[in-house]
Design a protein around this ligand. Structure first.
Ligand code: TNX
Length: 508
C-alpha cells in the first residue's frame, strides 16, 4: 500500500494539470467556496490595517500585534486599503447579513461584507488561514503567510448556538467571556445561558431578591454557587455582542425550579419552602400552577430579564416537568408564552413545550435521542421552528468514550465523528427545510466545574456542531473534516484550550 501510494503520488505529482486548486484545508467551519490562485500574502513589519468598523479592526489588530510583534497601525474608514482591509462595501449580494468574501494576493488581504457580523466572521477565517502561532498572546516568529485565493462564505442556518448551564455549577463573568471568545472562533452566533435550575438561581431579580441571594447560594456538590448582578449579566450581553453573538437567557419552568421554591415559601402550593438542593436528580420540582402568585412571579422575572436582553428570545425551559400533571403543564406553558410575548420577546423552549399549543412564533429546541417525535413534527407542520440539539449527537456533556472522566452517558457516548455525523436539516422526521432554525450544542454542568472542564468537553465537538450549523451540506465529508479539525489542534494548544485528543483525528 505504501509503495502504491508513492507510485500514485509520483504519477499525479508529475502530471497534475493546472486547475483551480483548493486552499489548504484548514478552515472550520468549511467555507461555501475556496479557490486558490495567485501569490501568497506575507504580513511584514511595515504592514497596515484599515477597517470600516472600528471595533472589529481593533479586535484583529489586538490578536495580530500580540503574536507578530508588528505595529500594524489601524486606520478606520480609510479611502486607501491597508495591507489587510476590512470593508463594508463591495461584497457580493450572496453573502447576506453574516457572510463575507475574502481575497488574498501578494499585495494584501481584503475582506468584504455587507454587515459588521460578516466582517467579523471573515476575520475568523483569515486567522485560520494564518499559521497557528498567530493566536499566541506573546511574540512568535513568522512567516505570517496567507495563501493566495478567494473565499466566499455565508451560513447555512441563521441560528448556531452553544448553551452553558451556569446553574448546576456557577461560572464567573470572566469564565463565560472566555467561552464566548472560543465560540466566536467557529462563527457561533447565539449564547444560551441556562440561568436557573433546581441547584441554583443565577441572575439577580430586583422584585424577588431572595432568588439570587438564597437560591444562588449553592450548586451541585454543595459549593458556594454564585449569581450575576444585573450589571454582570449586561456585561456578558455586551461582551457577546462584541463577538456578534446574541444571548438567549433561560429561566427553566415549571420544573427545574427547586432553587426558586426554596427561596420563597409562598411560591409553593403548600406554603412550605423545600430545602436547597445540591444533588443531580431531575423532574422532582414544579412551580404551583394553580397559584395566582406564580404568574406574578413569572411576569416580574421575565419582565426584568427581557428588559436586560436586547436579543429577541427568552427561553422558558419547559423540560422534564415530571412532577407537573400534563393538564397543568400545558396550561402553564400557555400562560408563560403569553407573558413572554407581552414583554416583546419570542419564546424558545425545550421541545417538551410542543405538548402545549404553541404560539406561531415559538421555537422548540429538540433534545431527544430518537429521529421521530410526533409532537415536534406536528408543531413543525403548523410552522413552529426547531433548534436541533439531539442529545445523542449534540450534547457536549456526554462522555466521548467510557474512559472520559467528565460527563454523563444517558444519551450515549459521543465521539467526534458522531458529533459531526448527522444532518440537522434532514434528521428529525417532519422537521426539515424552513422548520429548522439551526443547531445548538448544550453543555450541562453537573460534572463540569472549571474552564478547563468546559474546554475539554466542548473541544473538539463544538467546532463539529458549528460546522453543521454553518457549512453547506455539500461540504460534508468526514475525512476532510477530520483533517481540518486536526489543523485546529495547534491553535488550541497556543491558546491554552484543553481539548480531547480524539484518536479519530490526526493531530499535527
Ligand atoms: C437532561 S436535556 C436535562 C438537563 C440535564 C441533562 C444532563 C434537558 C432539556 N434536561 O436537566 O442537565 O439532561 O445531560
Amino acid at each position: 500500500l505504501a509503495a502504491l501510494g508513492l507510485v500514485c503520488a509520483g504519477v499525479l505529482g508529475g502530471a497534475r494539470p493546472a486547475e483551480a486548486a483548493a486552499l489548504p484545508n484548514t478552515v472550520v467551519p468549511a467555507p461555501v467556496s475556496e479557490v486558490a490562485g495567485g501569490s501568497n500574502f506575507t504580513l511584514s513589519a511595515s504592514a497596515t490595517l484599515t477597517s470600516d468598523d472600528a471595533s472589529i479592526g481593533g479586535y484583529l489588530a489586538g490578536i495580530l500585534r500580540a503574536s507578530t510583534g508588528y505595529a500594524l497601525p489601524l486606520t478606520v474608514g480609510a479611502a486607501t486599503p491597508g495591507s489587510i482591509a476590512l470593508q463594508l462595501t463591495g461584497a457580493p449580494g450572496s453573502v447576506g447579513p453574516e457572510g463575507y468574501q475574502l481575497t488574498s494576493d501578494a499585495s494584501g488581504v481584503v475582506i468584504r461584507a455587507q454587515q459588521p457580523a460578516g466582517l467579523f466572521h471573515g476575520v475568523q477565517t483569515l486567522l485560520q488561514l494564518l499559521p497557528p502561532a498567530v493566536m499566541s498572546t506573546t511574540v512568535r516568529s513568522g512567516p505570517w503567510t496567507v495563501p493566495g485565493g478567494t473565499v466566499l462564505d455565508y451560513p447555512r442556518f441563521a441560528y448556531r448556538g452553544a448553551m452553558l448551564d451556569v446553574a448546576r455549577h456557577f461560572f464567573t463573568v470572566a469564565q463565560v467571556e472566555r467561552y464566548i471568545d472560543e465560540l466566536a472562533l467557529y462563527k457561533i452566533n447565539y449564547l444560551h445561558l441556562h440561568l436557573s435550575d433546581d441547584q441554583g438561581w443565577r441572575i439577580a431579580v430586583n422584585s424577588w431578591p431572595n432568588l439570587a441571594a438564597y437560591g444562588g447560594s449553592t450548586e451541585v456538590g454543595g459549593g458556594a454557587g454564585g449569581s450575576y448582578t444585573q450589571a454582570d449579566y449586561s456585561a456578558i450581553v455586551a461582551y457577546a455582542a462584541s463577538r456578534y453573538m446574541t444571548v438567549v437567557p433561560e429561566i427553566d419552568m415549571p420544573g427545574h425550579t427547586n432553587a426558586a421554591l426554596a427561596s420563597y415559601a409562598q411560591l409553593n402550593c403548600d406554603g412550605v419552602a423545600p430545602a436547597l438542593y445540591t444533588g443531580t436528580n431531575v423532574g422532582f420540582s414544579s412551580l404551583c400552577v394553580s397559584l395566582p402568585l406564580t404568574y406574578t412571579f413569572v411576569d416580574q422575572v421575565v419582565g426584568e430579564l427581557a428588559a436586560l436582553t436586547p436579543g429577541p428570545y427568552v427561553h422558558i425551559g419547559g423540560d422534564e416537568a415530571g412532577s407537573t400533571p400534563l393538564a397543568d403543564y400545558t396550561s402553564f406553558i400557555d400562560r408563560a408564552q403569553q407573558i413572554v410575548a407581552d414583554h416583546g420577546k419570542t419564546v424558545v423552549g425545550w421541545h417538551d413545550i410542543a405538548k402545549a399549543s404553541l404560539l406561531p412564533s415559538s421555537v422548540a429546541q429538540f433534545w431527544g435521542t430518537t429521529t421521530t417525535d410526533s409532537s415536534v413534527a406536528a408543531a413543525a407542520a403548523q410552522g413552529t421552528r426547531v433548534i436541533m440539539s439531539p442529545a445523542n449527537k449534540a450534547y457536549l456533556d456526554m462522555k466521548y468514550t467510557h474512559k472520559t472522566k467528565l460527563g454523563q452517558t444517558w444519551a450515549g457516548l459521543i465521539e467526534v465523528n458522531t458529533a459531526y455525523g448527522w444532518d440537522p436539516g434532514n434528521y428529525l422526521t417532519g422537521v426539515t427545510g424552513p422548520s429548522v432554525m439551526g443547531v445548538e450544542g448544550p453543555l450541562w454542568t453537573e460534572t463540569i466545574v472549571t474552564s478547563a472542564d468546559i474546554d475539554t468537553m466542548a473541544f473538539p465537538r463544538l467546532p463539529a456542531l458549528a460546522e453543521l450549523g454553518w457549512s453547506p451540506w455539500s461540504t460534508h465529508d468526514v475525512t476532510a473534516f477530520d483533517q481540518r479539525l486536526g489543523a485546529q489542534g495547534p491553535r488550541w494548544k497556543t491558546m491554552g484550550i484543553t481539548y480531547y485528543k480524539s484518536p479519530q483525528i490526526t493531530w499535527p
